[in-house]
Design a protein around this ligand. Structure first.
Ligand SMILES: [Zn+2]
Length: 161
């Protein structure tokens, strides 16, 4: 398993010093921990999951692209169990579906465009959001860029126009 917390921590209720440090540094969230433990309980094969984010009406689990089906489980068994435990509609997206992840997190604010920018120093993601919708965002643009960037492993820049 590759989860936001280590294997030991995914099977018990306390955090080891290492995971605790990541938590204190804000690199893993309470939701990451909750989802990691649910995955350890509900998914019966090793999976690579990067984290989870909560949007307006659902929890999105971000898995590496080729593990999406494994996290969902046979006939959706694992994802149903996790959705019940979380008390929210839950879905799994592949980490390379950065556009889907970003749109879900930005809603109900409207997205003008999301582009992958290929530059000399590597790729980045540029997100343009409708200026009049700033007040409709549920997270600060800074937090949002941090989370999207962690999910996608690429720097994110956000603008409002
Ligand atoms: Zn740990």
């Amino acid at each position: 398993m590759t989860l936001p917390i280590c294997d030991d921590c995914s099977k018990r209720t306390i955090l080891c010093p290492n995971c605790q440090r990541l938590y204190d540094a804000g690199q893993i969230t309470p939701l990451d921990i909750e989802v990691s433990r649910l995955i350890a309980k509900s998914v019966d094969c090793p999976v690579d999951v990067k984290g989870a984010v909560k949007t307006q009406d659902q929890v999105i689990i971000i898995a590496s692209q080729d593990h999406v089906g494994k996290v969902i489980g046979e006939s959706g068994r694992s994802i149903r169990a996790m959705s019940e435990a979380l008390g929210m509609k839950t879905k799994v997206v592949g980490a390379s579906d950065f556009e889907k992840i970003a749109r879900a997190m930005i809603a109900p604010a409207r997205v003008r465009s999301i582009n992958k920018v290929v530059g000399p120093k590597g790729n980045s993601i540029r997100i343009r959001i409708e200026k009049s919708d700033i007040s409709r965002m549920r997270m600060s643009p800074e937090d949002l860029s941090t989370v999207i960037s962690a999910a996608c492993d690429e720097p994110v820049s956000m603008s409002f126009d």
